[in-house]
Ligand binder design. Structure first.
Ligand code: PLP
Length: 379
């Protein structure tokens, strides 16, 4: 038996929507299905505007352009994240300033942010790791006092909430991912959420190669021309057609993932060996997270690596991440640290992510039994 780490969920309606998109013959971006996805995101999440992009990476690059990041400007960012969160700013010549994470949520430690602010700081980028919310009230308050933007890397956080508001709609800009490894998918895909009205028209221009094409088609200008910097960030209609039924099922996908997450939590809570050797995720089942990741931490890297190897032998696709950005080759070259990175290093060295997908529930007992069997042999 092989239990994959990720199994993309299909609603069964993707093929019909893609065929319909082909029949409509408007295959470039911003057609029928893109419009439906924009409306769904805007209405259901509650942002001022939503624009589909090729990826969350593309949405982050748009954010850095939109906020006019200049060479030498700084963005405060956790080191425990995917490369795109930092790379988008490095592309503008900006400097990622890394701060440590909290040991309970693995999110940026909000108490360390203020000490990392310099006259060059322009924004705070938060990552809602595993779909668990950062301390947004505290962070937004720092940003207001220091006149900084807040960008949410909500790649993992679709439909997670912080105090009743959807993640990605709280900062000035939110970036979503619909990559095949996320909860709601388009293969490759993403969106930028604009929560600040002043940013919308320039975002449309940046997404359309620096042209005012969108304004032209709305009849707001009589010429279609190059007006600003930009790139090609809009996906074609086939991607949007695949995504739309996924969005319509997003609540159901989230509920079913939470069921699997809850099953892991319950079975591990009942295991005496797990109590002794593992730490369970903090986000208890009653917080409004979207069950993107189920991860446990073990005592040390040696045990972690042999557990991963042991699970692999048993056909279980468990994995780790991230190589912290502050110690990566590019992170050392382009960024700098503003605090001790002890928690980041500790989590990165001890995290085990277990298979997480809609329907993994039926394998949870087997997976935890395999972990217990391994733990019994730990000296
Ligand atoms: C997946 C992910 C990204 C990148 O998303 P893409 O859509 O693949 O570009 C960025 N940030 C975080 C935190 C992610 O998990």
């Amino acid at each position: 038996m092989m239990i994959n780490f990720n199994v993309p969920f299909l609603t069964g309606k993707e093929q019909a929507c893609v065929e319909d998109a082909i029949k409509r013959r408007t295959l470039s971006g911003d057609g029928h299905y893109t419009h439906l996805c924009h409306e769904w995101l805007k209405t259901n999440l509650g942002s001022q505007a939503a624009l589909l992009t090729h990826s969350c990476t593309a949405a982050l690059e748009m954010a850095a352009m939109l906020l006019d990041f200049q060479p030498g400007d700084e963005v405060i960012i956790p080191s425990f994240t995917f490369v795109s969160s930092a790379n988008a700013f490095v592309l503008r010549g900006a400097v990622p300033v890394f701060v440590d994470i909290r040991s309970d949520t693995f999110n940026i430690d909000e108490a360390l942010i203020e000490a990392a602010i310099t006259p060059r700081t322009r924004a705070i980028l938060v990552v809602h790791y595993a779909g668990v919310p950062c301390e947004m009230d505290y962070i937004v308050d720092i940003a207001r006092r220091h006149n900084l933007y807040v960008i949410e890397d909500a790649a993992q956080a679709l439909l997670s909430k912080y105090k009743g508001r959807y993640l990605g709609t709280i900062g000035d800009i939110g970036c979503l991912s619909f990559h095949a490894t996320k909860n709601v998918i388009a293969g490759e895909g993403g969106a930028i959420l604009l929560n600040n009205r002043d940013l919308i028209s320039r975002a449309e221009i940046i997404r359309e190669k620096g042209t005012n094409r969108k304004q032209f088609f709305r009849g707001e200008t009589d010429k279609y021309t190059w007006v600003d910097i930009g790139s090609s960030y809009l996906p074609g209609e086939v991607i949007a057609a695949f995504l739309y039924p996924q969005l319509l099922h997003a609540e159901e996908i989230t509920a079913r993932r939470r069921q699997a997450w809850g099953r892991y939590y319950q079975v591990l809570s009942d295991s005496a060996l797990a109590h002794e050797y593992l730490s369970l995720p903090r986000a208890a089942n009653d917080t409004a997270h979207n069950a993107h990741i189920f991860g446990v931490t073990v005592l040390d890297t040696g045990v972690r690596d042999s557990l991963l190897a042991n699970l692999k032998q048993k056909g279980i696709g468990a994995t780790f991440h991230y190589v912290p950005l502050h110690s990566s080759a590019a992170g050392l070259r382009f960024g700098r640290v503003a605090s001790s990175m002890a928690v980041t290093d500790q989590v990165s060295n001890s995290l085990v992510r277990l298979p997480m997908w809609v329907g993994v529930d039926e394998h949870v007992d087997y997976i935890i039994a395999a972990i217990d069997e391994f733990l019994r042999q730990v000296p």
